[in-house]
Design a binder for this molecule. Structure first.
Ligand code: GAR
Length: 208
């Protein structure tokens, strides 16, 4: 990717959007290889939308209620394509994705999950780690595949579980690491792929 060109990232959220904010803030740095070109939510009053809009980032919000999953994902995909998005970052997007959507973004869609995958896929990861008597916990950034919270791991950050922790204190400790890990892992993925290179010029014989 040329040094002066930034990959166009779309972020999908369902709520607070603190990881989205971390990605947006990191994109403001000159050496960041991506810009956030749209934020999409399946929850029209998701608090994260206002953060993005306040920073001049286009937003698209559409409730999934009453819409079939595949149809909803087609609408989201259309919004991403209209915005000429190259990479998708799920940031607390609490929706299962249709296989067609996952296929279309294979290798270019990432997720952050609050556990050291493959441990504790799904919900309530902090409480489950505490209940299991773990001494360490953390977060994972991974490529998205058809299986929930699965797919090749790009990066992980670990935190200790301390005496007296409850799920809230542990979640806060993990969240600090999420905000560091996600922008770094996304930037690394974009830097090491040539997927955003413009197609090579076609040389017609005789015109070399
Ligand atoms: C984050 O902790 C994220 O890791 C988690 O939801 C939270 C969203 O917070 N994602 C998942 O559990 C996905 N399986 P945020 O909206 O403040 O970024």
């Amino acid at each position: 990717m040329p040094a002066d060109r930034k990959a166009r990232v779309g972020i999908l959220i369902s709520g607070r959007g603190s990881n989205m904010a971390a990605l947006i803030d990191a994109a403001g740095r000159e050496d960041c290889p991506y810009e956030v070109a749209i934020v999409i939510s399946n929850v029209p009053d998701a608090p994260g939308l206002a953060y993005a809009a306040d920073r001049g980032i286009p937003t698209f919000a559409l409730s999934h209620k009453g819409v079939k999953r595949a149809e909803f994902d087609l609408l989201v995909d259309g919004a991403l394509r209209d915005a000429r998005i190259e990479y998708v970052a799920l940031a607390g997007y609490m929706r299962l994705l249709s296989p067609g959507f996952v296929d279309r973004w294979a290798g270019r869609m990432v997720n952050i999950h609050p556990s050291l995958l493959p441990a504790y896929k799904g919900l309530d990861t902090h409480q489950r780690a505490l209940d299991a008597g773990e001494t360490r916990h953390g977060c994972t950034v991974h490529l998205v595949t058809a299986e929930l919270d699965d797919g090749p791991i790009l990066a992980q950050a670990e935190v200790p579980i301390l005496p007296g922790d409850d799920s809230a204190t542990l979640a806060n400790r993990v969240l600090v690491e999420e905000h560091r890990l996600y922008p770094a892992a996304l930037a690394a993925l974009i830097r090491r792929t040539d997927a955003v290179q413009p197609p090579a010029a076609i040389i017609t014989p005789g015109q070399e």
